[in-house]
Ligand binder design. Structure first.
Ligand code: ARG
Length: 572
């Protein structure tokens, strides 16, 4: 159990003993050091419900509260807050245990089968900045879930199907005849643009394109082969981005929209059999009472168009059905732009009603806001075009390289590049992961690359600072005892002990910024500890103990940054 859970349980028991068994204990880390390490704020609510004096109830609770060996001081403050001061001894033993454990002392969870679906670009074009947030938020969530012990399935639900692909295949055939298909495919953005120009200018070309769509849908091997070639090249572009971004998506995680193609008629048939379908103006529609139109009528969700074609929603329903039947998932997390929230809410509702997703399988749309430029408008190039993701990442590295070269001109070239990669990419990721994913944020190079403030470079630098201590401490003893006496030591140790609670919160709400904020807090506390408690200038037991706290700090920062997909460096 984490300290938080333990205290919560004990306060809960004390509340019960004091006559308030149903009142929540409301235990949280103390907001200020004066209030101890944890506060229990549930007494006021309990007193209100029992119509009794809160201060008197608090006294009863404290009298019944058994925190022997855990806390050395418990005080009542204000109208009935309970402030809990952890015993230094107890914190020291926990810190030692965390240091010895591979997983920093976190308890194994009951493993669930969790799918994190993320990135999911459309393969017709090259990945652009719009795919950045899903890719990095999803990857961080997958890493954290895996780390705490869940059985994680990563999924990249790429858009690899639909009418655009007929046009692209037609253009691929044309450029192959001209002998420059490879060259053209090296820039998908231009490839798409040129294909579109051909489509608009030539009736013949457009007809061929339409013919290919029909052939694709009918499973024509020749056309499928060309389509596969295109998809393969496009996926390679994505993989370059994932590699540069340090995002753990591989070919095996790809299961595109095309893979549900054969299920779509079945889905519609099953929806009809469940009585959920209505024909409306030739289209097949599911009307949902739960969603209302402006005229307060049930909203209709189309699953098959008048022309017989299926749509985005139908594919998503197929994917849910597959994920339940074949993958037997407990939890499916969709990391997709918040602007698609209605689509997901409706799609989930249809799946529940049709029995494609049983009660026990949780379906969660993990949305996120928009990445804005300095002008407060959605991020674009100067000329208003979409920014290719790979180019943005190259720019991040170039900027970081310039910074590193300025700071440390004498470093070997290879090391400068390594630092530039870790810092540049880390900065882009952390700028995103440090904010509540639901809010829009302004993408600003100078802020994210700053060495001060809540940034990746600051944290990476903090980590190297801790590591530099160890380069000077040849006597470091990994088995040394931790002895906590100073307030700065205690605050650091108490915060380090909150790692598991932090990860649990990330897993529960799918908010990576809890982890970012936590790491920033740890870095800040370490720097206070470092100022207040000399490490290398102290001696004996004190020195050995402080080195241990530094070691636990380093391990926590390294693990935490790794869970965010951010690289650390031994020096920079
Ligand atoms: N390919 C879609 C897009 O770029 C995102 C897919 C999200 N996932 C899903 N299951 N619908 O907008």
């Amino acid at each position: 159990m984490t300290i938080h859970q333990l205290i919560n349980e004990r306060v809960q028991a004390a509340l019960a003993a004091a006559g308030a068994p149903d009142a929540p204990a409301v235990v949280q880390p103390a907001s200020k050091p004066e209030f101890g390490d944890y506060q229990a704020n549930g007494v006021m609510g309990a007193a209100k419900a029992l119509k009794t004096n809160p201060r008197a109830l608090a006294e009863k609770v404290v009298a019944a509260l058994d925190l022997a060996g855990i806390a050395d001081k418990v005080e009542i403050a204000g109208p009935g807050f309970i402030n809990i001061h952890l015993a230094p001894e107890y914190l020291a033993r926990r810190s030692e245990a965390a240091l010895k454990d591979d997983k920093l002392g976190i308890a194994p969870v009951k493993p669930l089968r969790v799918m994190v679906e993320y990135s999911s670009p459309n393969l017709a074009k090259e990945m652009h900045v719009g795919h950045l947030r899903s890719s990095i938020i999803g990857d961080a969530l997958a890493r954290v879930m895996e780390y705490v012990g869940h059985d994680v399935v990563r999924a990249n639900h790429v858009g690899d199907w639909g009418t655009q692909f007929g046009m692209l295949v037609a253009y691929l055939v044309e450029t192959s005849h001209a002998g420059d298909a490879d060259l053209q495919l090296s820039d998908l953005e231009t490839f798409y643009r040129n294909a579109k120009i051909r489509f608009d200018e030539s009736e013949d070309f457009a007809n061929t394109a339409r013919d290919y769509v029909v052939k694709l849908q009918g499973g024509d091997e020749e056309v499928l082969k060309l389509w596969r070639r295109f998809v393969d090249v496009s996926l390679k572009h994505c993989e370059d981005v994932y590699e540069k971004l340090n995002v753990g998506l591989k070919r095996e995680h790809v299961r595109g929209e095309s893979s549900y193609n054969d299920d779509l008629p079945v889905i519609v048939k099953e929806l009809r059999e469940s009585g959920l379908l209505t024909e409306d103006d030739g289209a097949q529609v599911v009307f949902l009472e739960e969603f209302r139109t402006q005229e307060d009528k049930p909203m209709g969700v189309i699953v098959q168009k008048k022309d017989g074609g299926f749509i985005y929603t139908t594919t998503d329903i197929g994917a849910v059905r597959y994920r339940h039947r074949e993958l037997k998932l407990d939890r499916v997390i969709y990391v997709v732009d918040a602007r698609q929230s209605q689509h997901f809410a409706q799609m989930f509702t249809i799946c529940r009603k049709a029995g494609f997703a049983p009660e026990g399988m949780s379906l969660e749309h993990v949305g996120f806001g928009v990445m804005m430029g300095d002008d407060g408008k959605p991020f674009k190039t100067r000329s208003g075009g979409t920014v290719k993701l790979i180019e943005l990442l190259h720019e991040a590295e170039e900027r970081a390289y310039a910074l590193v070269s300025e700071k440390n001109p004498d470093l070997p070239e290879a090391q400068k590049h390594e630092i530039a990669n870790a810092v540049g990419i880390g900065a882009v990721k952390y700028a995103d992961l440090s904010k509540n994913r639901m809010s829009d944020y302004i993408f600003n190079w100078d802020t994210m690359l700053a060495f001060e403030g809540n940034t990746a470079p600051y944290l990476q630098y903090a980590y190297t600072r801790v590591q530099s201590v160890f380069r000077k401490a040849e006597d470091y003893d990994a088995n040394a005892k931790i002895v906590i006496t100073e307030p700065a030591e205690k605050q650091l140790a108490a915060a380090l002990a909150q790692f598991e609670d932090t990860l649990n919160a990330v897993v529960e709400g799918c908010y990576p910024h809890y982890l970012s904020q936590y790491l920033y807090h740890i870095a800040t506390l370490f720097s206070r500890f470092y100022e207040a408690c000399p490490i290398l200038k102290s001696e004996g037991e004190v020195r050995a103990s402080r080195l241990q706290l530094a070691a636990l700090t380093a391990k926590t920062l390294r693990t935490g940054l790794d869970l965010l997909g951010i690289k650390v460096l031994e020096s920079m």
